[in-house]
Design a protein around this ligand. Structure first.
Ligand code: PMP
Length: 344
């Protein structure tokens, strides 16, 4: 008897259609119902798979990109990994210009996916020829048949989520979603998802999450860029020190800022209580939900969808490392120390 082979052509077929999972423990005492859109189920373990695939396939469709061409981006984070993964499968060279601040683990991850990594000095200004922005720009000019993804200023970043994340959430909630809570970095996720959801129901509230040390919330409220808002912070991938054009500020109703320490503890709590091993910004999004709940933003009929952007494995040497938590002073006021490490 001939049986059909049930196999995917490649991991690219597994991008998107991530599950919506009801939260119970963390939100037990909150008002409303809460659901996590868990983007770690993408094959590259983050929401950035969606934009990497969409931007690359749009370039192919327009005839800008042909096999053997080169894809360039400035990132050591999730976007870099996703672009490297898609490039590998589709037969492109991938060059990533990253800051020397990036951890060795992250750089090794990018190399494991076949990317060529330019490690550029972290201490120089953005317009210095050695900065990773300038290095990427120069490589793009020098390498014939290359494209520069430039996720912070690429409208296709928004479109990727408008076409996938938004419709998935609408379908998965049977159109009952009342609030979306999502982190804003480039702004692509929240803007694209919001645009789609607001077209279906303009009453859905779009709640953005920003970091202390970032300019986004203030800019949203005043339309002014306030450099005084900027200072170093720990959460990676959330907030920004410039205004990205991949953020549609009009589509966002309200921004909440969260603290590094609270977001780290919340991520650890989600892992420990929900059995969902999530990244730092998932903790940030959940901390925002806690603050919004305390403000009385939700009622008993609220159906709140929270985007969890990536997987906890990316943060083993940070928020899931007790020594790192200790070094940041995060164990001073409250503790999610596991007390599970027993030398015997
Ligand atoms: N969380 C993480 C871990 C990220 O890497 C990013 C992307 N910078 C975000 C959240 C925010 O997503 P977006 O860039 O679509 O705003």
């Amino acid at each position: 008897m001939n049986k059909d082979i049930k196999a995917y052509d490649s991991v690219l077929d597994l991008i998107g259609e991530t599950p919506l999972i009801k939260l119970s423990t963390t939100t037990a005492h909150y008002t409303g119902e809460f659901f996590a859109k868990v983007e770690a189920f993408n094959p590259g373990h983050s929401s950035k798979d969606r934009i990497a695939l969409h931007i690359i396939e749009e370039a192919e469709r327009k005839g800008i990109l042909k096999p053997g061409d080169t894809i360039i981006e400035t990132t050591s984070g999730n976007t870099g990994f996703s672009i490297a993964m898609v490039s590998r499968i589709k037969g492109y060279d991938c060059i990533l210009a990253v800051s020397s601040k990036s951890s060795a683990d992250k750089i090794d991850m990018l190399k494991s996916m076949g990317a060529k990594v330019y490690v550029c000095p972290a201490h120089v200004s953005a317009d210095d020829p050695r900065s990773y922005y300038e290095v990427a720009k120069r490589l793009h000019e020098e390498i014939k048949n290359s494209i520069y993804i430039n996720q912070y200023f690429n409208e296709l970043n928004i479109e990727a989520h408008y076409k996938s994340t938004g419709p998935e959430i609408w379908e998965q909630t049977g159109g009952q979603i009342t609030h979306l809570v999502a982190c804003s970095g480039t702004g692509g996720t929240i803007s694209g998802t919001a645009r789609f959801l607001k077209e279906q129901n303009p009453n859905i509230e779009i709640l953005g999450v920003d970091a202390y040390g970032s300019v986004l919330k203030k800019y949203h409220e005043t339309k002014e860029f306030d450099a005084e808002e900027i200072y170093p912070y720990r959460i990676e991938g959330l907030g920004k020190n410039l205004i990205p054009t991949a953020t549609d500020f009009e589509s966002i109703d309200y921004f909440v800022k969260v603290k590094d320490e609270d977001a780290a503890h919340m991520a650890r709590k989600i892992s420990q209580t929900e059995g969902l091993f999530v990244g730092y910004t998932s903790g940030a999004a959940m901390q925002a939900v806690k603050l919004l709940n305390d403000e009385g933003r939700f009622d008993k009929n609220s159906k709140v969808v929270i985007i969890f952007p990536d997987h906890g494995s990316r943060y083993m040497s940070k928020i899931y490392n007790d020594q790192w938590m200790q070094d940041q002073g995060f164990f001073d006021s409250k503790s999610t120390a596991t007390e599970q490490h027993i030398e015997y």
